[in-house]
Design a protein around this ligand. Sequence first.
Ligand code: PMP
Ligand code: GLN
Length: 389
Amino acid sequence: MKPVNTTMAGLGTTVFEVMSRLAIEHGSINLGQGFPDQDGPEDVRRVAAEALIEGPNQYPPMTGLPELRQAIAAHAERFYGLDYDWQSEIVVTSGATEALADCFLGMLNPGDEVILLEPLYDSYPPIVERSGAVPKYVSLQPPEWSLPLAELEAAFGPETKMILLNNPMNPASKVFRREELETIARLCVEHDVICVCDEVYEHLLFDDLQHIPIAGLPGMRERTLRIASAGKIFSLTGWKVGWIEGPAALMSTIAKTHQFMTFTTAPNLQKAVAYGLAKDDAYFEGLAGDMQAKRDRLGAGLKAAGFDVLPSDGTYFVSADFRPLGFSGTDEEFCRLITIEAGVTAVPVSAFYRTGKVEHLARFCFSKQDSILDAASAKLADYFGSGSG
Ligand code: PMP
Ligand code: GLN
């Protein structure tokens, strides 16, 4: 038989699935894959349920229900002062993962270079490669995760077509500061580069930090594709409703790409997300506030268990250095060990790197009930001998 596609055949199974399966197999508390253990707002789910019964349940318009695209435009204006035309500048997708694929497949030609900042969400590299483009990796290193300016400047060249920015950044839990965004923006403008900004954690910033979409910086609106995910905004990750906001000149090709990826997304979910985006400020503030309290709770538990806990400015995640526990193996070995022996699952941070070597951190997801976070901390403390009992 002739060979299947080499990029796809060469992939392993995503670390999130691998660790979730291992967690199920060993009955451990799963703080690996990033998802809340309690479903988001009941009123939003009720709108989806009612729309499912009342219908229509046929294909919605290809770029999304008008009411959802209007709600997305209103959300961008309300939170960031960004002005997008709902008809020509917004495309609803089946999750941010599809949105990313639409951006890569729709914008890139073979031979184009794409700057990817590590650590990164694992769907980026394969789809960039599948589009025939060439990833250029720039690594951010713990514990500061600061942007390596000289390396970043050097990565930009005549073939650079795109940079992918994930802000807030998974799994570094980094929120890019204005000066860093200005540097990236300057380089994008100087080199005429498209910026795809994966902002799925836009409403999960802590300690009064404000989300700054790079699309709002001078010269960036016309070259930025902003990606969002209702899964993260409403703690409904299984819904897989996302979207892209961008200039009409790029969005027309994004829409044509989307039409042959999924064409559309479940209409009842779209309707419910439209409803949810109009929620009052208290909802959005409450989401970040609740998650910040969970960050602090798990962070304190991990610290008490003997980890060196890194800062987390945003996302669902906190990373912890396990070397103070006396473990000298790799992060993969560590995550398997704690799953099987301590009954707690995390994901190894090395899974988010392609070139940089970072093998001493485990990423823990804190979007869980307090009792679960406490139980996980207690199990780790017991296993590593720092428990009170
Ligand atoms: N980007 C990042 C950085 C993520 O962490 C995730 C996964 N949660 C996604 C994109 C994918 O989002 P979605 O579930 O909407 O496809
Ligand atoms: N993005 C999520 C995480 O970082 C997982 C998404 C997935 O499982 N595909 O954990």
